[in-house]
Ligand binder design. Structure first.
Ligand code: TYM
Length: 332
């Protein structure tokens, strides 16, 4: 039987957050463990430059994110791990797909609207075209499923629309991909403002946990997290977003369901929940730092992993791109 193709990517900017880890990367690792899948994971560095980056920092971050993904358990023997800009087919397919995407569709994208408001001095074409490049990433590999957090689901919907539109015009070409959310933790919220997503660009550093934070920092941030009025520990994201977020983080860190956690905390206080949550997150992330340091001490090894990934990714991407060009009527 044909294996399912699983594709996802992460931007190598700033830090890898607890949200990235719970909502996406730990899910990738679990999917990789299931032998029924062909997994392909990328560093989306072309997406990163839609916001101005310092060149030296971007370079360092790309190396660092390779180490982070390996430390998280992405195994280059079992998955293809590569850097998006190494495979020029992404940019090329993006251009072709641009001609099958409407400006109105891009204007409606929530992330585009948010980022335009945040970076009003630099609303560049790349920022607007971001979802089309993402569609190109996914469609190049005939991906069946795309494991992401909730914030990326709208972009996957657009990738589906573009794939269907192209298939309708030229005949079966692309696989129409499905988004795949982790059961618990597909949207981890800021610890300081639990009504907004935990994000590496949070201006308040206490709202966000990096997977490389020390045990003390993790415990401090969770203990100081904003909770809600009342005393009862219940899962009610609308009325008790802070407590619900801690329950979600705790459940994912312990591999339990939120319902099990709610039951375990019956009659207990917010303080108890915070202590348990802090301990569980520290425990979950404990192996990270050590493994990360070991990978980082061998930059040549990391670049060799990327070079191998590039070759394997490009072999697939080149075939799809040639097929698309032929169908459109370009000379190949
Ligand atoms: P990025 O780099 O912002 O985030 C990487 C992954 O982490 C998820 N995520 C979260 N999940 C739960 N709670 C949170 N607080 C949280 N914050 C982030 C994101 O949903 C994502 O899955 N455009 C993408 C990268 C990309 C991509 C692709 C993804 C480029 N091409 C093709 C899938 C397929 C992005 O910026 O993710």
């Amino acid at each position: 039987m044909k294996k399912r193709v699983i594709y996802s990517a992460i931007q190598p900017s700033g830090m890898m957050t607890l949200g990235n880890y719970i909502g996406a990367v730990s899910n990738w690792r679990d999917i990789q463990a299931d032998g029924a899948n062909d997994c392909i994971f990328a560093l989306a560095d072309l997406h990163t430059i839609t916001v101005r980056q310092d060149p030296e920092k971007l370079r360092r971050n790309s190396v660092s994110f390779l180490a982070l993904l390996l430390a998280a358990g992405i195994d280059p023997k079992r998955s293809v791990l590569y850097v998006q800009s190494h495979v020029h087919e992404h940019a090329e397919l993006c251009w072709l797909l641009n001609c099958y995407t409407y400006v109105g569709e891009m204007n409606r994208m929530t992330q585009f609207k948010d980022k335009s408001a945040k970076h009003s001095d630099n609303i560049n074409m790349g920022l607007m075209d971001y979802p089309v490049l993402m569609a190109a990433d996914i469609l190049l590999y005939k991906s069946d499923q795309v494991p992401v957090g909730v914030d990326q689901m709208q972009h996957i919907e657009i990738a589906r629309d573009i794939a269907e539109r192209f298939n309708n015009i030229y005949g079966e070409t692309f696989v129409v991909p499905e988004g795949r959310l982790t059961k618990t933790g597909a949207k981890i919220m800021s610890l300081q403002d639990p009504t907004s997503k935990m994000s590496k660009s949070d201006p308040n550093p206490n709202g966000v946990i990096s997977v490389l934070d020390s045990a003390d920092d993790i415990a401090r941030k969770i203990k100081r997290s904003v909770t809600d009025s009342g005393l009862e520990i219940v899962f009610d994201p609308e009325n008790k977003p802070g407590v619900s977020n801690l329950l979600t983080i705790l459940a994912s860190a312990e591999g339990k369901t939120v319902e099990e956690e709610v039951k375990a905390f019956e009659g207990k206080m917010y303080g108890h929940l915070k202590v348990a949550c802090a301990e569980a997150v520290v425990e979950m992330l404990r192996p990270f730092r050590e493994k990360y340091d070991a990978y980082m001490s061998d930059e040549a090894g990391l670049l060799a992993v990327a070079a191998d990934g590039r070759e394997r990714a490009q072999a697939i991407a080149a075939k799809t791109l040639a097929d698309v060009k032929r169908k459109i009527g370009l000379l190949v």
